[in-house]
Each structure stands twice: as structure tokens, then as C-alpha cells.
Design a protein around this ligand. Structure first.
Ligand SMILES: NC(=O)c1ccc[n+]([C@@H]2O[C@H](COP(=O)([O-])OP(=O)(O)OC[C@H]3O[C@@H](n4cnc5c(N)ncnc54)[C@H](OP(=O)(O)O)[C@@H]3O)[C@@H](O)[C@H]2O)c1
Length: 249
């Protein structure tokens, strides 16, 4: 089979199509014929040598993919049959013609969704969904502040907040990004490089109070150089951290 491959870390110019060994589905695994894969921030980091794949995982890029079931490994339960349309979150290997996935990690592609759309769901969209609904328990009418609003996860979060009938407010680093977030449904957006987003959000929401619960520990995070803000997470509200570009603070 062919896979997107690179021999040394670097830019996209290092990528080429390489013929590699097609994987065999092991016990309880399914072989998926890949029709579409996504390009995640983590793929870009891996390509530049800054995000090695987990031990034992494929060195081929691709953290998510959609396609059809091509073959069932030994011991599969019967949940899937050859030809089923599936998508999956992967430790790697999605940017190839075939990838093996433990059968329990496959998800069906909804009927009205294309493979290209489905390939973008398992990583960024489910990360945003998990954060908003399982962790944040977002409710209708709530205001949700999304940092890095124009990021992959941020753009998904804006649309999911709207679907939950809540109100997305974003920060981003450029005007162009703010415009993109507005098109995606952001009710308000602030440039964190040019203005005090904390004050602006307070003005927008007209809510006052002390900062609420936080997952930030051990010092101020890059977004909060002067400590936690007093407005975006007023008392009784929730502040959740989805990821950290500059370490765990
Ligand atoms: N990608 C995923 O599937 C996934 C899954 C789980 C968690 N996460 C987490 O979700 C967040 C967004 O991820 P993403 O992959 O969607 O991001 P992305 O598309 O690569 O966008 C990252 C954006 O974050 C902002 N940013 C703020 N501080 C930064 C810093 N120190 N270094 C780099 N970027 C910085 C920048 O936007 P502005 O300048 O406009 O603010 C940047 O464009 C990250 O914290 C990531 O760890 C991602």
C-alpha cells in the first residue's frame, strides 16, 4: 500500500508517497480501507519531530481517518462487517491506504456525512464535544469563552456551542482569525494580543464576580500573565483547560 511518508523531520516538502507493507489486522482488530484522513496540529508537530508517536504505534502520520471495513481480524465480535462505513481516532497511521483499528474504537459514519467530513470528527470535534458536554456540561443560554477560537478545536467548539443554544465568545491573535470565528458563529471575539480580553468579555457579558474554579495550577498560564482574570469565569461559572501549548501551567 502507499502512505504519506517522511524520512527526516522538517516541512511538508519532506513528504512523499512511499510503498510500505500493508498492515494485518491482529486479534480483535479491523482493517480499514482509508478514503479520507485529516491534518491535525499534532500531525504537523510529528512531521517536524516534536511529537513522536506513542511506543508501538505506527510511524505513519494520521491521527484520524474514515473509510470502509476491508477485513476483520481473528476474534472480532461481529459488530462490524466488510463494507461498513467507519471513522476512528488513531495513535497514527491514518495517512495511508489502509490502517488497523481495535474494533471497539471504530465509530459508524453517520449516513448524511461524507468520508471527508467524517475524517475530521474523531480528534478535534470529539475533543471539543467532550470538553463542552462531558466536562463543561454546557447549558442553553450559557456564555462560553473559547481561547484560540480559530484553532481546529476552537472552530469546532464555536459550532457545537451554537448547536447547544449557548453563546460562544472567542479570543484569537489576528483580525483575520476573528473574522473566521465570526463566520463560524462566534457572538463576540477579542484579539488577546491587542486588547484586555478579560475586560472586554466582562463588558460584553456585563457579568461581575471573582474568578471561579480553575484547572490552572502552579502559576499563571500564558493567557493569564497577571493571574486569573476576574471576569471570564465569574463565581458559579466554570473554567476548563483543553490543552496547553506552553506546558502545564
Ligand atoms: N487538535 C486536537 O485534536 C486537540 C485535541 C485535544 C486537545 N487539543 C488542544 O486544543 C488546543 C487547540 O489545538 P488545535 O490543534 O485545534 O490548535 P491549532 O489549530 O494548531 O491552533 C493553535 C492556536 O492556539 C493559539 N495559541 C495560543 N498560545 C499558543 C502558543 N503558545 N503556541 C501555539 N499556539 C498558541 C494560536 O492562536 P491565536 O494566536 O489566534 O490565539 C494558535 O493558532 C491546544 O491546546 C491543543 O493542545 C487539541
Amino acid at each position: 500500500m502507499f502512505a504519506a511518508y517522511f524520512d527526516r523531520p522538517g516541512g511538508p516538502e519532506n513528504l512523499y508517497m512511499k510503498e510500505v507493507v500493508k498492515p494485518d489486522p491482529g486479534e480483535g482488530e479491523v482493517l480499514v480501507r482509508v478514503f479520507a484522513s485529516a491534518l491535525n496540529r499534532a500531525d504537523l508537530l510529528q512531521r517536524t519531530g516534536k511529537y513522536p508517536p506513542p511506543k508501538g504505534a505506527s510511524g505513519i502520520l494520521g491521527l484520524e481517518a474514515a473509510g470502509s471495513v476491508a477485513e476483520l481480524g481473528p476474534g472480532c465480535s461481529g459488530r462490524w462487517k466488510v463494507g461498513d462505513a467507519v471513522m476512528a481516532l488513531l495513535p497514527g497511521g491514518g495517512q495511508a491506504q489502509f490502517v488497523t483499528v481495535p474494533e471497539g474504537l471504530l465509530m459508524p459514519v453517520p449516513k448524511d456525512m461524507t468520508y471527508t467530513q467524517a475524517a475530521a470528527i474523531p480528534e478535534a470535534w470529539l475533543a471539543a464535544f467532550q470538553l463542552l458536554h462531558f466536562v463543561g456540561k454546557v447549558q442553553e443560554g450559557e456564555r462560553v469563552l473559547i481561547h484560540a477560537g480559530a484553532s481546529g478545536v476552537g472552530m469546532a467548539a464555536i459550532q457545537l456551542v451554537r448547536l447547544a443554544k449557548a453563546i460562544p465568545i472567542v479570543t484569537a491573535g489576528t483580525q483575520e482569525k476573528l473574522e473566521a470565528t465570526a463566520k463560524a458563529g462566534a457572538a463576540a471575539g477579542f484579539n488577546h494580543k491587542k486588547e484586555d480580553f478579560s475586560k472586554k468579555v466582562l463588558e460584553f457579558t456585563q457579568v461581575q464576580g471573582a474568578a471561579g474554579e480553575s484547572l490552572h495550577r502552579g502559576g499563571a498560564a500564558p493567557f493569564f500573565p497577571r493571574g486569573l482574570p476576574t471576569s471570564p469565569a465569574p463565581r458559579g461559572q466554570r473554567l476548563r483547560a483543553a490543552g496547553h501549548r506552553q506546558g502545564p501551567q
